[in-house]
Design a protein around this ligand. Structure first.
Ligand code: ZN
Length: 194
């Protein structure tokens, strides 16, 4: 009777993900993501899930990413944690922005390079889910603090899992040439999560 009904409202993201092979989809909050492409897929429609797997972009990503990005999954989970559940598009965009800021910061590339038109145009055209990239000022004001929060949270988690830590102290100078104490906390043994 209802066999042709395509919208299955009772299907949860995780129950839909379980209908496919492991590592195909993963769930973050209320959303189901394709693990290879890292884009949200409509879990309510089986047809959308199957169709997504046949797209050439998905095939390419699947081949190029042998192991799905654990780091990326963690980022998605952390962003949902931090910002709460949002629409797929908003969430995807925020993840892209935080990821972009994270990549630039960790590569020691100043954010103002994004204000240069050629790079901006290239990234906007080639990164899926990116849309228009905000100005570096906007990224610094709205995304960098969030990235910082995530980083601190990551560090806390890492230290919580550590059975012991080593403290390494040294003195150094700051940007204004003042002496400061430099304290490194090094986790020694990381116990596996229960
Ligand atoms: Zn995919």
């Amino acid at each position: 009777m209802n066999k042709c009904k395509k919208l299955a409202k009772n299907v949860t993201p995780s129950s839909r993900a379980k209908q496919f092979e492991r590592e195909m989809f993963h769930v973050v909050g209320e959303l189901m993501f394709c693990s290879a492409c890292n884009v949200p897929v409509d879990h309510l429609r089986m047809n959308s899930c199957e169709k997504h797997q046949t797209t050439s972009l998905h095939q390419q990503k699947k081949e190029s990413r042998q192991s799905p990005g654990d780091k990326r999954k963690k980022l998605q989970a952390a962003v949902v944690d931090l910002l709460g559940n949002q629409t797929k598009e908003k969430l995807q965009r925020k993840i892209e922005m935080i990821d972009l800021v994270s990549v630039l910061c960790s590569s020691n590339i100043p954010l103002h390079v994004l204000d240069r038109a050629p790079l901006r145009t290239y990234l906007e055209a080639n990164l899926s889910g990116m849309g228009a990239i905000p100005s570096s000022r906007n990224l610094r004001r709205n995304y960098l603090p969030k990235l910082f929060e995530l980083h601190v949270k990551d560090l806390k988690e890492l230290l919580e899992q550590s059975e012991s830590v080593a403290l390494v102290c040294d003195e150094t100078t700051d940007v204004e040439d003042r002496y400061v104490i430099n304290l490194l906390v090094v986790p020694c043994v990381v116990s596996p999560k229960p």
